[in-house]
Design a binder for this molecule. Structure first.
Ligand SMILES: NC(=O)c1ccc[n+]([C@@H]2O[C@H](COP(=O)([O-])OP(=O)(O)OC[C@H]3O[C@@H](n4cnc5c(N)ncnc54)[C@H](O)[C@@H]3O)[C@@H](O)[C@H]2O)c1
Length: 296
């Protein structure tokens, strides 16, 4: 998503400074941007881990130097990873890695760059949360705590910042983005699947079994290959089956169905109805959107 954003901005002649932990990914993004951008558009890169404040501050200093500017107009806090699902029995380091990137990345980014936005004639901070900032769930039986906690924090912080900015720096605005499930490389970028530990593979295997996949007897290597294939397929096609409607148009509404049942439960027959009396089903509350052209 960050790459697409950089491409669109630079194609419109906006100078862009990007940071990432992956120098190789940034070099690709930079080349794609330069191929489309009008002459004179600057696209600079900086290796920085957004969960480390010192690195974010170094990135800010690089922006000031390389772009020779005392201010910026736009700040996108977009970097993020998945993972860190289990709080009860998951690995603590894994949990904190996800929370630190997804929450502290946004926080340190806003801390570092706010003075440069305030110093300018007007600007906007755009923080990327998630549909999991509305619903802290990936479905029944799947722990999803670190990511959800971080994405709720990003949403709450940004909403509160609206008032703070209106009061103390009204020429700067902020917005929060709540994407549904998008077919990006996030699964691949979260873990290098070839380096997953035995414990992480065991959690993955348990999750696949719960979803009805016959992976009980597969060797670890086969699980790695399955993960790799799934991640590549998701990045190519879109991670969610309902990302496109039958007619090929993108869905407009939030693409999460809290009534969703894993395949194993579906095969076992209809799930017991646990909704409070009178509460309509998700599908009834979200009729298909048939407004021509009104797509995101
Ligand atoms: N893909 C989805 O379905 C989805 C849904 C909701 C929200 N989001 C959010 O959208 C944002 C973008 O995700 P994406 O799907 O494009 O993922 P992506 O993996 O394709 O891109 C994320 C980028 O962040 C970089 N990154 C990871 N850790 C970093 C760190 N510590 N410091 C700096 N850069 C780091 C990665 O190298 C990668 O280039 C994330 O905040 C993600 O949580 C994604």
């Amino acid at each position: 998503m960050g790459r697409a954003l950089c491409q669109q901005l630079s194609a419109a002649g906006v100078h862009v400074a990007l940071c990432d932990v992956s120098a190789a990914a940034m070099a690709e993004t930079q080349a794609l941007c330069r191929a489309q951008a009008p002459a004179g558009t600057r696209v600079t890169t900086c290796v920085a881990d957004v969960s480390q404040e010192a690195q974010v501050l170094a990135f800010r200093d690089a922006v000031i130097n390389e772009h020779q500017t005392p201010h910026i107009h736009l700040l996108f806090n977009n970097a993020g990873i998945g993972g860190g699902g289990g709080f009860v029995s998951g690995d603590r380091a894994d949990w904190e890695r996800t929370f630190n990137i997804d929450w502290f990345g946004v926080y340190y980014g806003a801390r570092a760059f706010l003075p440069l936005l305030v110093a300018g004639p007007g600007g906007c901070i755009v923080n990327v949360s998630s549909v999991n900032g509305f619903w802290a769930s990936l479905g029944p039986g799947v722990a999803h705590t670190a990511y959800s906690a971080a994405k709720f924090a990003v949403k709450g912080f940004t909403e509160a910042l609206i008032t703070d900015l209106r009061t103390h720096a009204p020429h700067v605005r902020c917005a929060v983005v709540m994407p549904g499930h998008i077919g990006t490389s996030i699964a691949l970028n979260t873990y290098d699947v070839m380096k997953l530990t035995a414990a992480q593979l065991a959690v993955t295997r348990a999750r696949m079994l719960k979803a009805g996949a016959p992976v009980a007897d597969l060797p670890d290597e086969a699980i790695r290959q399955l993960l790799l294939q799934r991640s590549h397929a998701a990045a190519r096609l879109g991670a969610h089956p309902r990302r496109h409607r039958g007619d090929g148009r993108r869905v407009r509404q939030l693409d999460v169905d809290p009534d969703h049942q894993p395949a194993a439960e579906r095969r076992a027959g209809p799930a017991p109805d646990r909704r409070p009396p009178g509460r309509p089903r998700w599908a009834d509350r979200n009729p298909p959107d048939d407004v021509p052209g009104a797509q995101l």
